[in-house]
Design a protein around this ligand. Structure first.
Ligand SMILES: [Zn+2]
Ligand SMILES: [Zn+2]
Length: 436
């Protein structure tokens, strides 16, 4: 049996806000740098992208698709009638075409130029039935995000509530960038399902592609083997989930739906408590100060859940009543069944990583995400030390120190969970805080 590094949810230039440079060649380039073996194709139901993939992907004797040195799983994301996003994997191109035909009457954009992630007006239960009847595999995408996800605010709290009788046919759940297994395993109803950590990349950049991935133990990189691994059958399984610390994700913290400020809590110097009335507003944050921030936060989350809290910044600055929305971490607090994670025996380790380019940027104090200095340093590091995943996960820190002492120290701190993060939220990514 082999181990494969797989990022199984990405998009194509036929989805909104995707890099025009993203194609099989640029994907392969990035996979080589990162150490990725398998990629989801993204958007496989979109007719132009489907044609391009059919023309270029080669099918091996064991049923795996490949382009140059990288293997591919035929994959898409669908938005259902409930506005829930689902990730779908297909065994072969003929199944993709059959599903496309079957879903067409329920979708206005599935054959459109921008139909990369089609909206299909079927309830979640029926969509699961249709997909699995064709032998494809489906599961909820970025399950906890505040928008278009199964567990979003005012939506479901368990898989059963959403999928009802079809729940048995749902074989995985995608954590999303702002969640990890420590958060998701606080929900008892998720103990039997396999978790996937995927990038949902909209670009070929090494900052995006493979920023989350799964190490999967299987015989070969085919759909059949992946299906077995998701069900943990015949020794096939997910061995490791790798991804951003949840605080680095875009939706970890609660936020205002309009000004997108994140709401945080701090200790007040005052002796008398004034519930939620004391706060400071900055460009990006609303900080609520209280004598007992922990209790205040709890009460606040409870009220946000009920739709009772308006954004003080929007009230003050534009005289509008805009509701605060829960982030991933607070939503999980609300629907969790335990205060601490209870990991089932089959659950693999979740390993925190930060894209190497972002570590280099932070160390060199460079803001720009496409700085030539950072790019040069990144390529030089890979040339000397190996793939990005090697450097982030396996390489001896002493070896990395020979290249750059500061970068090595940061990687060590991230590996040992000794880094402070400014939490992301409301669409803004979190950041690592460095004191070097
Ligand atoms: Zn999505
Ligand atoms: Zn606001």
């Amino acid at each position: 049996m082999d181990s494969f590094n797989a990022d199984l949810h990405i998009h194509s230039p036929h989805s909104i806000a995707v890099s025009k440079k993203l194609d099989l060649d640029t994907m392969v380039e990035t996979c080589k740098k990162k150490g990725l073996d398998i990629l989801g194709t993204g958007d496989v139901l979109q007719p132009d992208w489907l044609k391009y993939l059919e023309k270029n992907l080669k099918k091996d004797s064991d049923g795996a698709f490949s382009y140059k040195t990288v293997f591919f799983i035929l994959q898409t994301e669908i938005e259902d009638l409930d506005s829930i996003h689902e990730v779908v994997f297909f065994p072969d191109f003929s199944t993709v075409r059959e599903v496309q035909k079957k879903l067409k009457p329920y979708s206005k954009n599935i054959l459109g130029e921008w139909g990369g992630r089609p909206r299909v007006n079927l309830p979640s239960t029926e969509l699961v039935d249709v997909i699995t009847d064709f032998g494809a595999v489906i599961g909820p995408a970025h399950a906890f995000t505040p928008f278009r996800a199964i567990f979003r605010q005012n939506k479901y709290a368990t898989l059963e509530q959403c999928y009802q009788d079809a729940v048995k046919k749902v074989k995985f759940l995608e954590l999303g960038l702002s969640a990890n297994t420590d958060l998701a395993d606080r929900l008892d109803s998720l103990k039997n399902i396999s978790f996937l950590s995927n990038s949902d990349a909209h670009s070929e950049s090494p900052r995006s592609l493979g920023r989350e991935f799964n190490k999967i133990k299987m015989e070969n990189p085919s759909f059949d083997e992946l299906a077995l691994a998701l069900e943990r059958k015949n020794q096939r399984k997910i061995e490791l989930n790798v991804g951003l610390h949840p605080k680095l994700g875009k939706y970890y913290n609660m936020f205002c739906n309009k000004c997108r400020r994140r709401v945080t809590f701090g200790k007040s110097e005052k002796t008398r408590d004034t519930l939620f009335n004391d706060y400071t507003i900055s460009e990006e944050f609303i900080k609520i100060v209280s004598q007992n921030p922990l209790n205040a936060r709890k009460a606040y989350i409870n009220n946000v859940s009920k739709g009772k809290i308006v954004c003080p910044a929007c009230k003050e600055k534009i005289n509008k009543n805009i509701k605060i929305k829960l982030g991933v971490s607070e939503r999980i607090e609300v629907i969790s069944t335990s205060a601490e994670p209870i990991h089932p025996n089959h659950r693999p380790l979740y390993f925190n990583v930060v894209p190497l380019m972002d570590i280099i940027r932070a160390v060199k104090k460079i803001k720009s995400t496409n700085s030539v200095t950072v790019l040069k340093s990144y390529d030089k590091m890979l040339n000397e030390l190996g793939t990005e995943f090697d450097i982030l996960i396996d390489k001896e820190i002493e070896e990395i120190k020979k290249f750059d002492e500061k970068i090595a120290t940061v990687i060590e701190a991230i590996r040992n969970n000794k880094v402070e993060y400014t939490p992301g939220g409301g669409g803004t990514y979190g950041q690592i805080q460095l004191e070097i």
